[in-house]
Design a protein around this ligand. Structure first.
Ligand code: HEC
Ligand code: HEC
Ligand code: HEC
Ligand code: HEC
Ligand code: HEC
Ligand code: HEC
Ligand code: HEC
Ligand code: HEC
Ligand code: HEC
Ligand code: HEC
Length: 299
């Protein structure tokens, strides 16, 4: 079965017996009274209609109160049920065997963990099922500790632990200032969905670098394929994060059999003494003034 189908099935089995799309709402009610003897909760709490697990599992409920889910877990057990399953029997017996506990949850695959979160976040996060992270068995839990009663890992860049090689490329001399905190991995990547190479290799770039995005009167056709033809998006040992140093960048496409004849024009003179293409062709992204992308040195 596809992973997507698997999640759908998990979600479906969790919902069985409930209205579609709805996680069972378990409010404190009469069936809980069977446990009243071993659990000291007063009538006041009863009337406040708070989370029905709170009286016996104060530690966990209080921990949730420190998180983004404090409101989601306040008045009923929907939040707890997303992971621990239907608690009805447990509420009657107080037996830990009657609820999905530590042992069961420890065996959950990524798809099951993700399904627990999607039971509420499904509508806005369904694209996650097509993401490289889901395909790679990474669940919501891997990146979002500290949103239930599990304490958060120490803060830090949440991506680098798994993507060491990419993190290392940000130590190169010319790089996007991620280590400096001026932007983050998520400035470009959305870890929740699949991104097209067009989006990642261009659209996202020109959101911040508008001046190079054009449109230009004289576009440079090389930019049509995006920015990654010439730039390494994370970092590079070459200035301006170029993929290749020096004239090699341009000669890849513009070299001719009569090199250093470039195109139809002899460049022997231009290139003598270490001339760089960029010294004269100073508008590599496109130009509004020069079809030759701005040669300054007209002979
Ligand atoms: C996102 C999943 C998730 C949610 C939501 C969740 N739990 Fe848990 N719970 C776990 C996991 C996983 C464990 C196993 C121990 C651990 O890793 O902390 C656990 C363990 C427990 C335990 C056993 C603790 C122990 O030390 O043996 C209790 C009790 C518990 N949860 C109660 C709750 C209550 C009450 C709520 C709602 C306020 C809740 N949980 C919401 C995942 C969840
Ligand atoms: C009246 C008391 C009481 C209420 C209410 C209650 N529980 Fe429990 N729960 C217990 C007892 C007792 C245990 C067993 C503790 C032990 O053996 O350490 C337990 C154990 C658990 C465990 C651990 C299971 C395991 O195998 O690790 C989980 C999870 C849990 N409860 C979830 C819930 C959830 C979710 C709710 C609310 C829907 C809830 N409980 C409501 C009394 C209660
Ligand atoms: C019972 C439904 C429910 C479940 C299950 C649930 N969430 Fe939420 N979550 C919410 C609601 C509702 C909010 C909005 C909280 C608010 O505004 O008070 C929220 C907020 C969040 C936020 C903060 C959003 C923001 O804008 O800052 C994150 C992150 C989050 N949830 C992640 C998760 C993850 C990861 C899981 C699974 C481990 C999960 N949630 C499970 C209902 C749920
Ligand atoms: C690979 C890591 C990763 C995974 C997997 C992941 N998230 Fe996130 N999530 C993040 C990061 C990082 C942010 C903060 C984004 C930001 O600041 O723009 C975030 C933000 C959020 C938010 C806050 C709202 C927002 O858009 O900023 C919610 C809600 C959320 N995630 C839910 C989920 C759910 C549900 C899942 C599983 C279906 C999930 N996430 C899987 C890393 C992840
Ligand atoms: C728990 C480990 C883990 C964490 C944390 C994590 N990733 Fe991933 N990531 C993976 C795995 C596994 C894959 C899929 C396998 C692969 O392609 O490497 C993946 C894939 C990706 C891909 C797609 C790679 C491709 O080849 O298309 C990107 C982009 C990515 N992650 C970015 C991020 C970002 C950004 C963050 C932080 C918000 C993050 N990851 C956090 C494990 C992780
Ligand atoms: C300025 C935008 C930007 C930032 C910031 C950024 N990335 Fe990327 N990343 C990209 C682009 C664009 C690609 C696509 C590269 C390609 O297709 O050759 C990419 C590719 C990746 C891949 C896939 C690698 C592969 O070989 O296919 C991973 C994993 C990744 N990035 C992780 C990260 C992590 C982790 C961070 C933060 C430490 C990060 N990225 C920061 C733009 C960015
Ligand atoms: C979230 C905003 C943002 C996005 C998206 C972004 N950049 Fe940047 N970029 C920056 C910042 C900030 C700097 C550092 C500028 C500085 O230090 O003056 C930078 C620097 C650069 C530089 C070096 C400029 C110089 O003066 O040395 C290049 C080249 C570059 N980015 C290309 C790209 C490409 C290609 C992409 C898409 C893959 C991209 N950027 C996406 C914000 C962004
Ligand atoms: C044909 C190769 C090529 C392509 C494609 C390309 N660039 Fe450049 N880019 C360059 C060169 C060459 C420089 C200047 C290097 C220098 O200063 O020595 C540069 C410089 C930059 C700078 C530094 C500021 C500036 O204007 O000089 C930014 C930012 C930048 N490029 C972003 C982008 C973005 C975003 C894209 C995609 C829309 C892109 N580049 C596509 C070759 C390219
Ligand atoms: C990925 C291939 C590629 C790269 C790399 C590339 N170009 Fe181009 N360039 C082209 C194409 C294709 C054209 C359009 C040629 C045509 O219309 O005959 C072009 C056009 C030009 C033109 C306009 C002259 C003309 O014939 O229309 C100049 C000048 C130029 N490029 C300079 C450069 C410089 C300088 C660099 C290095 C920064 C560079 N190119 C890198 C593919 C590339
Ligand atoms: C000293 C300045 C200078 C340098 C350095 C230079 N060029 Fe030129 N280039 C020019 C001038 C001026 C023209 C227009 C020639 C003319 O009309 O006589 C031109 C024309 C071109 C053309 C258009 C030719 C045609 O087919 O119409 C291309 C392509 C080109 N250069 C690429 C390059 C590349 C690639 C490099 C680096 C290897 C480079 N140039 C280095 C000045 C320079």
């Amino acid at each position: 079965m596809t992973q997507k189908g698997q999640v759908a099935q998990i979600l479906d089995s969790r919902r069985r017996g409930h209205a579609p799309g709805e996680v069972p709402i378990v409010k404190r009610k009469v069936s809980v009274l069977g446990l009243a003897a071993i659990c000291t909760f007063g009538l006041a709490a009863w009337a406040r209609a708070e989370n029905p697990c709170a009286s016996c599992h104060e530690e966990q409920v209080n921990a949730v109160r420190q998180t983004v889910h404090q409101r989601a877990a306040k008045n009923d057990a929907r939040f707890c049920v997303a992971c621990h399953g239907d608690p009805q029997k447990h509420l009657e017996s107080g037996d830990k065997a009657d609820i999905l506990g530590q042992e069961t949850l420890a065996q959950w695959q990524a798809a099951e963990k993700t399904a627990a979160c999607l039971s509420c976040h499904g509508p806005s996060r369904l694209e996650f099922l097509n993401s490289p992270h889901h395909q790679g068995q990474v669940s919501c839990w891997s990146c979002h500790p500290g949103v239930w009663h599990q304490p958060a890992k120490s803060a830090g860049e949440p991506c680098s632990g798994c993507h060491r090689q990419e993190a290392a490329s940000f130590r190169r001399a010319y790089r996007h200032p991620v280590p400096e905190g001026k932007l983050a991995c998520v400035s470009c990547h959305d870890p929740h969905r699949e991104q097209s190479s067009e989006e990642l290799g261009r659209e996202r770039c020109v959101q911040c670098h508008r001046e190079v995005g054009g449109p230009f009167v004289f576009p440079h056709l090389a930019v049509e394929d995006g920015c990654l033809t010439c730039h390494a998006p994370h970092g590079s040992t070459n200035r301006r994060m170029l993929v290749t140093a020096g004239n090699g960048l341009c000669v890849r496409c513009h070299s001719q059999s009569n090199f250093p004849g470039v195109g139809k024009v002899p460049h022997n003179f231009n290139l003598a003494g270490g001339g760089r293409c960029f010294d004269c062709h100073s508008e590599p992204h496109g130009s509004n003034v020069s079809p030759l992308l701005a040669p300054r040195l007209l002979r």
